[in-house]
Every structure is written in C-alpha cells, then in structure tokens.
Design a protein around this ligand. Structure first.
Ligand SMILES: *[C@@H]1O[C@H](CO)[C@@H](O)[C@H](O)[C@H]1NC(C)=O
Ligand SMILES: *[C@@H]1O[C@H](CO)[C@@H](O)[C@H](O)[C@H]1NC(C)=O
Ligand SMILES: *[C@@H]1O[C@H](CO)[C@@H](O)[C@H](O)[C@H]1NC(C)=O
Ligand SMILES: CC(=O)N[C@H]1CO[C@H](CO)[C@@H](O)[C@@H]1O
Length: 600
C-alpha cells in the first residue's frame, strides 16, 4: 500500500518534470525558429522584414511546391492531419458530414483532369443543360434567350455576368431580391484570343453553328464596351414591385431563376444602379441573342476552371475545405480539444487589443481617421472557430442534411456543392431553431480557393473569426510562453481588425493597411509590456539567456511578424512601414525614428 502511494508520487513528480522539460523545449524551439529565419545581411532598422524573414524559406526548401508562406504552411500541415484522420477513422464512426468531406476529398484525388468538352457533355447528361454553342442557328426547339442561360448558370454560383443577383431576408420569410451592377472585384475577366484558339482546337462544333473565331469578332469589341460602362453610383437602391420592373429582361431572368416557383407580382426588387441598367439594356440590344448566349457559355466555361481537379493531396484538401469549411473545422476541433480550453484567454486578449486599438485611434486629433471606424470598433466581436460552440455536431448534421456526394464523381460533387450554396442563399433558413451561435453559420460561403490560414472578417456581422487552424505553431501553442502567444496572435488580431475598414469611402485601402500595421503592432506590444511584472522579465531573461529587456523586446517583434514570412517578401513594405514608424520598435533596436505618428 505504502509502496503504491510512493510509486504514484514518483510517477506524478516525473510527469511534472517531464512536462516542464517539454515546455522548455517547445519554447526554445520557437525561439530557434526565429533565429534561424534571420538574415543578418539586412539591418533591422533599415529593412526589418528581410532581416527577420529572409532565411525562412531556406528552412522550408523541401516543401517549396507545397507552400511558400507561413499561413500556407499552417494550412498544409492542417491538411495533412485531416487527411490522416479521414484515412484512420472507420466510416461507421463518422457523422454524415464527415463522410461528405471524405467523399469529396477522395473524388478529387481520383478524378481525371478537367477538360471543357468532357465537362460540357457531362453537364448535358447529368444536369440537362443544352448548349447554344452546340446548337445550329436554325434549330427550332431552342430559345436563344440570354436571361434563361444566365438563370441556369446562376444556380452554379455564376453571378458576375451583366447583373449580380442576391436575396436578403428581412423578418421571417419575407425577402427582397436585388439586381446589381457586377463588382468585378478581381478585375474584368476578359476572354483572350488564345483561349478561343484552345476552345477551337478542343471543342468541335457541329455545322450550322457559329465557330469560335467568328464569335471572337463580336466578343472582343463587346467586352470592351461592357467593361467601359461608366456610371455614377446611386445613393440607395430603387425599389420596384416585380410587375413594375423597367426592363422585360429583368422579369424574364427572375422568372427563370425562381422556376418552378411562381413569382408574386408584388415581389420586391431593389435595383442598385438605374443608369447602369439603362446602359446595359442599350448595349445588349445592339447584339444578336445567338452571339450573347454563346458568349455567356464561353464565360461560364472559363469560370468552370475553378472546378479543375487539383494536382496534389494538399490542393485537394484545400478545395474540400473551401467547399465544406464548417465540416472540416469540426474535424480539426476533434483533433485539438486543447484549443477550447484556451478560449477564455484568447477572448481576453481580443478585448485588450480592441481597447488599445480604440485608444490609439481616439488619439488622432487631426480627424484623419474616418468616423465610421469608431462605430465599427464599438460593436466588433470575435469568435474562435467557424462552428457553433454548443451542439455543433447536430447542427452540422442538419445543415448538410440535403447534400449527397459520391466518392467517384468529383465534378458532380463540385456542381452539387455550388447548387447547395445557391439554394441556401435562396431559402429562408430558420435560425431560431438553432443555438446561440446561429450567426456563425454562413449561409453562403462564397467559394474561394483559400490556401492560407488567417482571420476571416464577416462584414454583415462585424465579426472576426479566428479559425481553429490558427492556434498551432508557429502562431500559437497552449504551452507557449505568453510572450509568444501575445506577440503573434495579438498582432494578428490587431492588424486583422482593420479588415473592417477596407473599402471605406474616401479612405484608400493602402492607408488602411499602413494603419493596421502600425496600430496593430503597437497594440500587441503595449498590452503585453505594460502589464509585464519584473519577476516575469527576469524569468524570461534567464530562460532565453538574454542580458537586457531590449533583447526580449527584439524577440517580441521577431515573433510578431514571423507569421508574415514568405518567399517573395510580399508584406515587406507594410511591415517596414510599421516598424520604422513605431517608437517601441526603434527603441528596442536603437534606430532613428521616422516621425510619422509621433503619438506612439
Ligand atoms: C509536398 O507534399 C507532398 C505530400 O503531399 C510530399 O510528397 C512532397 O515531398 C512535398 N514536397 C514537395 C517539394 O513537393
Ligand atoms: C479552328 O479549328 C478548325 C478545326 O476544327 C481548324 O480547321 C481551324 O484552322 C481552326 N482555326 C484556327 C484559327 O485555329
Ligand atoms: C473607445 O474609446 C472611447 C473614447 O475613449 C470610449 O468612449 C469607448 O468606450 C471605447 N470603446 C471601446 C470598445 O473600447
Ligand atoms: C511619415 C513617415 O515618416 N513615414 C515613414 C514610415 O516609414 C517609412 C519607411 O518604411 C518611411 O518611408 C516613411 O517616411
């Protein structure tokens, strides 16, 4: 009996020794990652970014094809973990939505390359699409009607051709439909001559149809005119009842889109820009419907490039994650229960940073900072993980309940997922039945191949979401010392808050990014060092073998920007701007301070 207790005590104290050794090793490793990334050919005062990051890529040469930035590396590591989970977990233990993840992923790794012609045939067979490109001009059983084609493609997420449609629910199931001028946020997606050559070579057209090169003669000038429609912004949308819509094509488009539902003639429709619609109407009238619909099909094929099968396991998992984000998030959380325990600490960190950023912005007396910034900060909130905290499994089961995928049909799966999101957007979703966290179900995550792990800002909710994947090294670890946790995560939060201010009227994004850099970094630094006790300082100095507080501060900055390290120095300007205009930094590195923002 006594011996038993003694043994237990010995085992228990061994465990303490063990874990404090692990703890030490983990933190030393983080420090050594920073040191190994340093390139002393650069001076920290002159070019801190290259000084801190230039050797990072040397450490990751072997993985050059898989990632080129720290956030991509984290994404890659997560993907590998999720793949292993899918391979090792028996299917009988998987909730339905995890099986969807597996089916989608497996179908991606097995599918053949994307070929437009095969895809067109597949769409004919499975989705009953009839292509105008394949239809002779003289065909009698085919309507060359661009509104019909647009409605067909809209169901697969295609929504930036001529007009952008969206639906917004008010109270209950009441909704308003909006027709808007497309944003072309990634630039106007021109059809290029070489693409026409490729289609001409790979897609044989029956006789009696219009050839690709004949079409090109129209497309080229048409796209210039379309892109060049220049109109004033309109204050607010002009509201119509469906039956009063000013152009017949608007009615026709919505009719096809909502089939088989019959439209209420009093359905409300908002038009964001009447001048644009007028210009569009007269441009489209100049063109033959046969040309327009074929042109739209070419644009759709171009867009369908995103269906393209990805070459590696990593890319397949990234695609899977882009289309089933919440399901993959759930899997990751299962593998990392330790993150949930850290939540109170992370929430506290967010509160502190928010207060500090707010304080800095309020120090501006020259009224340089736009008023809307302050309002947004007052109501901004943060959430760890993309899924609800309570009852997530059941909620996800019901969210994905209607999706059916097939482990051997990648293109089908892709199309089905896009349809799923379209339907979600166009159906009233009764959030009331769902738990507190209802807001975190994105109704329509727009499909976006995102190969980096980073904060997501959701404007409609003024919410910053930090995906679970962000809480892993080199950004975070439960056993990291606070100096690592704070420098890295708090800086990401502080800078991330400024995403809320991008596209503010009369305030250039360039300036938002500069502010984000300076103020975000300052907030993280001040929050940490202002409450750091002298015993803590001595403990850190001993732990890392430093002789001065200066060195500790230097490590803080190195770790704060480590997340931005990459092969191509993309963020060098923002980082260098921030450090060289920040007195906390210039003191830590004994540099001469630039005098922008003397207030810090
Ligand atoms: C990239 O990842 C794959 C596994 O997905 C691995 O086999 C390969 O060695 C990695 N490195 C490079 C350079 O692609
Ligand atoms: C287009 O393809 C046809 C065969 O389908 C070929 O005869 C013709 O030369 C091609 N035109 C161009 C300009 O490549
Ligand atoms: C921001 O600062 C103002 C002025 O000091 C203060 O009234 C407000 O409560 C602060 N808001 C937040 C979210 O900290
Ligand atoms: C106003 C000002 O002094 N801004 C400086 C901030 O830092 C950059 C260097 O990265 C300088 O070029 C700016 O002049």
């Amino acid at each position: 009996m006594k011996f038993g207790i003694l043994l237990l005590l010995v085992v228990a104290s061994l465990a303490v020794v063990r874990s404090s050794e692990d703890h030490k090793a983990l933190n030393e490793k983080q420090h050594s990652i920073l040191i190994k990334s340093l390139d002393k050919d650069y001076r920290p005062c002159a070019d801190f970014y290259r000084y801190a990051c230039y050797k990072w890529s040397d450490q990751h040469k072997d993985n050059g094809d898989n990632y080129t930035t720290v956030p991509e590396m984290m994404n890659y590591d997560i993907n590998m973990e999720v793949i292993e989970y899918l391979e090792k977990t028996p299917e009988t233990d998987m909730p339905g939505f995890v099986k969807l993840v597996k089916d989608f992923y497996v179908s991606c790794t097995e599918s053949p390359e994307f070929k437009p012609l095969d895809f067109m045939h597949w769409m004919e067979k499975e989705e009953h699409i009839k292509w105008a490109l394949f239809t002779p001009d003289a065909a009698e059983d085919f309507v060359f009607d661009w509104t019909k084609i647009l409605a067909t493609f809209r169901k697969y997420g295609f929504n930036n051709m001529f007009i952008t449609e969206s639906r917004h629910y008010q109270e209950g199931s009441h909704f308003i439909t909006y027709l808007k001028k497309p944003m072309y946020s990634d630039g106007f997606n021109f059809v290029f001559n070489y693409e026409i050559d490729e289609y001409n070579e790979t897609i044989p057209l029956p006789s009696g149809t219009m050839g690709f090169h004949d079409l090109w003669k129209y497309i080229d000038p048409f796209e210039d005119k379309l892109r060049d429609i220049k109109v004033e912004e309109q204050e607010k949308p002009k509201m119509f009842k469906y039956h009063e819509l000013p152009y017949p094509w608007m009615q026709s488009y919505l009719k096809y889109l909502m089939e088989p539902e019959v439209i209420d003639p009093n359905m409300e429709v908002g038009i964001d820009n009447m001048a644009y619609m007028k210009a569009l109407d007269s441009l489209l009238k100049e063109y033959d419907a046969k040309v327009l619909v074929r042109y739209m099909e070419i644009r759709f094929l171009q867009d369908a490039d995103k269906f393209n099968k990805r070459a590696t396991k990593n890319e397949c998992m990234t695609t899977t994650k882009s289309l089933l984000p919440m399901a993959v998030e759930w899997i990751y959380e299962q593998m990392h229960p330790e993150i949930v325990k850290e939540m109170p600490k992370i929430e506290q960190m967010f509160e502190n940073i928010l207060k500090n950023v707010n304080k800095s912005l309020h120090m501006d007396v020259s009224e340089y900072i736009p008023k809307e910034f302050f309002g947004k900060l007052e109501t901004m909130h943060m959430k760890v993980g993309m899924i609800p905290q309570e009852n997530a499994k059941d909620l996800l089961e019901s969210y994905y309940a209607d999706v059916k995928l097939d482990a051997h049909e990648y293109y089908r799966n892709f199309v089905k997922m896009l349809e799923f999101y379209y339907k979600l957007e166009h159906t009233h979703f009764d959030y009331k039945n769902f738990a507190e966290d209802k807001g975190f179900f994105f109704k329509t995550p727009s499909y976006n191949f995102e190969s980096s792990i980073r904060p997501i800002y959701v404007p409609s909710m003024n919410l910053m979401i930090l995906p679970f994947g962000l809480f892993r090294p080199p950004v975070y670890h439960e056993d990291f010392e606070d100096i690592f946790k704070q420098s890295s995560l708090a800086t990401i939060m502080g800078m991330g808050m400024f995403d809320a201010f991008l596209s503010t009227k009369d305030f250039p994004n360039e300036d938002v990014k500069k502010l984000a850099g300076v103020i975000g970094l300052h907030a993280a630094f001040e929050v940490f060092f202002s409450s750091l006790q002298s015993e803590e300082i001595s403990r850190y100095l001993t732990m890392f073998g430093f002789t001065s507080l200066h060195e500790l501060k230097q490590m803080f900055f190195l770790n704060a920007i480590h997340y931005k390290c990459e092969w191509y120095s993309g963020d060098a300007d923002i980082v260098n701007f921030a450090t060289s205009n920040l007195s906390d930094f210039t003191e830590a590195y004994d540099c001469k301070l630039n005098n922008f923002m003397r207030m810090f």
